[in-house]
Design a protein around this ligand. Structure first.
Ligand code: SF4
Length: 427
């Protein structure tokens, strides 16, 4: 134990759920980030029948069903198996950490549709000798480019599509000791095999099995061992950020996508079932997951996109990037986690409302304790639960030193003052 929380060093799965304050957390890893609408409805039903009806969208583009019990786990497994969402064992499941662009195969501006690479990688991870020793948090990021790129995200291994003259190739990189290190490029057909080869090379040379713990010498040795084609200038083509992530997104071929954010990454089973019903009514076959807790649907017609947006607004989903809730992360807090007595999400909502009225335009992280489950990146203001109050950090993470304390009972006054002060600090 460190402080009042346990460091687990692994992520929950369906085969190996994690005990939390509201029961077992069962993580479901959809293939290539896609959930058919029929499966979405079945998952919503299963969340209500076998859990407490609460569903999280995770930062690795997975779903988590909460409040499952030892008795309801086996029947839940049966449902997941029927939906092709249950791995053969916990070891295979634990290493299937693959994040892919949410609009892969839908976005006409993508360089490469990475879904076949994701499928090939899944097969190799399930079958490959040695990969079962990879740490549970080891991750692969597959970025085919397009309007929702992933390059800002962290992962041990990056496979990024880039233009190479008239052709496309896949740049191979790792998140090493000095940040993202590019090792070279390969053809899309070889990318999954190279990714597994690279994972095994990292495992062999890293003291923790993670790319970040490699020495600079080890990165150079791996680069030489892989012997990939050099990258030239092509990688610069894909270093962009999304200009729009939520709402109605016009795609280059006259079709649309709709991005629907879940407040604090949480939906309940009724909301998910209603969304599945609406998607089916509009003839939409699948929903895509993203690592930024936003769901996507490809849609052919603007009028249907507007209908889906109207439905989502009425359901409390976030449909506008300017919504202050998109800049606030908060962990589940009291009632869901036994490491805090603080109502983190309730406090985060109050702070988000005040962000609008004070003109505060930065990011907020409200954490029930110093573990910081909801966010690892820096935030402009971080509230860290410590007993019955928060310690407040400016432009940092839960690990940094606090400059103030906040009593939640004073949030309307002291919280308002903090946001106002922080805003003027940035003017
Ligand atoms: S950060 Fe929040 S969810 Fe994570 S252990 Fe602490 S209180 Fe629980």
């Amino acid at each position: 134990m460190t402080g009042s929380f346990a460091i687990k060093g692994w992520c929950p799965g369906a085969r190996r759920p994690m005990q939390s304050g509201d029961g077992l957390v069962v993580r479901v890893r959809p293939h290539a980030g896609s959930v058919p609408v029929g499966a979405l409805k079945a998952l919503a039903d299963a969340a209500a029948r076998f859990g407490n009806g609460q569903i999280d969208l995770t930062r690795r583009a997975n779903l988590q069903l909460r409040g499952v019990t030892a008795e309801t786990l086996a029947p839940l497994w049966s449902v997941l198996a029927a939906l092709d969402l249950l791995d053969d064992d916990a070891e295979r499941e634990a290493i299937r950490n693959i994040v892919i662009n949410p609009l892969a195969g839908v976005d006409p501006t993508e360089v490469v549709d990475m879904r076949p690479v994701a499928r090939a990688l899944e097969c190799r991870l399930a079958a490959g000798p040695g990969v079962q020793q990879l740490p549970g948090k080891f991750g692969f990021l597959l970025d085919g480019g397009g309007c929702l790129p992933l390059l800002q995200l962290e992962a041990d291994i990056h496979l990024v599509a880039c233009r190479d003259g008239a052709d496309a190739s896949i740049a191979i990189g790792l998140d090493g000791p000095d940040g993202l290190a590019w090792l070279g490029s390969t053809a899309a057909a070889d990318a999954a095999a190279i990714a597994v080869q690279l994972a095994l090379a990292i495992l062999k040379r890293s003291p923790t099995g993670r790319a970040r713990a490699l020495s600079s010498e080890a990165v150079s040795a791996i680069r030489a061992e892989l012997g990939l084609r050099s990258l030239d200038r092509s990688i610069a083509n894909v270093r962009q950020v999304a200009s729009q992530a939520r709402g109605l997104i016009a795609l280059a071929n006259g079709t649309y996508a709709v991005g629907l954010g879940a407040v604090f990454g949480r939906l309940d089973s009724e909301a998910m079932a209603a969304l599945a019903f609406e998607l089916a009514r509009l003839g939409i076959a699948e929903l895509r997951l993203s690592p930024w807790r936003t769901l996507y649907a490809g849609i052919g017609d603007r009028a249907d996109g507007e209908r889906l947006l109207a439905f989502a607004r009425g359901s409390g989903l976030i449909v506008d990037d300017a919504d202050p809730l998109t800049r606030v992360d908060a962990c589940s807090g009291v009632g869901s986690c036994s490491s805090t007595t603080l109502a983190t999400r309730q406090h985060a909502r109050v702070l988000a409302d005040m962000a609008e009225s004070t003109g505060f335009s930065g990011t907020l992280h409200v954490s029930g304790c110093a573990k910081g489950c909801a966010r690892s990146a820096l935030a402009d203001l971080v509230f860290i639960g410590d007993g019955d109050h928060y310690r407040v950090v400016r432009q940092g993470t839960v690990k940094d030193n606090a400059f103030a304390e906040l009593d939640p009972a004073q949030i309307a006054t002291a919280g308002h003052a903090l946001l106002t002060q922080e805003k003027s600090a940035h003017v």
